[in-house]
Design a protein around this ligand. Structure first.
Ligand code: 6PG
Length: 246
């Protein structure tokens, strides 16, 4: 049995990487819709997912998922208004929601309009997740069908950054997380949510992620991604540049 924490799907080019991950996303969403009539997905922010979202929304691929049965949530968000260039919601709107003509009531941004205090936004979002989670099993986390993540060169995912308080959060499913090195606060889903998701996938590209890709697999690593992949199975889509020389 291969005990490797990560058994990646490796693609030689970004285009092939995006297609590989895209087919996986389609398969996970269609499975959820077939089984429960709805698919709930937590989207990744940052740059790498842009090409994936554009591929999913492309004319050749758009009809492969019944998008009207998908609800879109976010794994994390920057503390900026929705219209701000750094907004993960704004990015997803540009590359996925608008091209697919997604109905606004299927989309759950982490930031309100107008924007509230970041701690209030986290509490508001937790209420939204609480509204659809399975209440019969007590205070168990909401279960996403798919949580899509990227990984930072420092081994962070969502906005679970090294040496930040949210790494220790086990009570709340969404928190405002002060990230000193970015001199900002982020909103992020927490480990209990990622641990319970039906599928968790990482889309990672570029040689600048090589060290982190290697480091998070070290048995004693305390890096944010390492803490998750030691606890549960995760699916990885990486490009050749990310693993070259490893
Ligand atoms: C964010 C993301 C974050 C991202 C990584 C990788 O809001 O920035 O959710 O976790 O996935 O920072 O970002 P890139 O894809 O831009 O390298």
């Amino acid at each position: 049995m291969n005990n490797a924490l990560i058994i990646p799907s490796v693609s030689p080019t970004i285009d092939e990487l995006v297609a590989q991950c895209g087919h996986y996303v389609q398969q996970k969403l269609n499975l959820a819709i077939a089984q429960r009539g709805i698919a709930r997905m937590a989207l990744a922010g940052g740059n790498t997912p842009k090409a994936l979202y554009a591929w999913l929304a492309s004319p050749a691929q758009a009809s492969r998922v019944n998008w009207s049965s998908v609800q879109f949530y976010f794994g994390d968000e920057r503390s900026v208004p929705r219209s701000h260039p750094d907004s993960n919601y704004g990015m997803a709107k540009t590359y996925l929601f608008d091209p697919l003509g997604i109905n606004q009531d299927q989309v759950f941004p982490m930031i309100s309009e107008p924007m509230l205090d970041i701690v209030e936004e986290a509490a508001r979002y937790e209420k939204i997740l609480d509204s659809w989670r399975d209440q019969s099993a007590g205070r168990t986390p909401p279960v996403f069908d798919l949580a899509l993540n990227g990984m930072g060169a420092d081994g962070h995912f969502a906005s679970l950054f090294p040496d930040t308080p949210a790494l220790l959060e086990r009570e709340h499913w969404v928190v405002a997380n002060p990230v000193e090195k970015l001199a900002t606060q982020r909103i992020t889903l927490t480990y209990p949510v990622f641990e319970q998701a039906r599928a968790v996938c990482f889309l990672v590209a570029g040689s600048d992620k090589q060290d982190a890709f290697f480091a998070v697999q070290q048995p004693d690593s305390g890096l944010p991604v390492a803490r998750l992949i030691r606890k549960r199975q995760t699916d990885w889509f990486v490009d050749q540049a990310c693993i070259e020389g490893i």
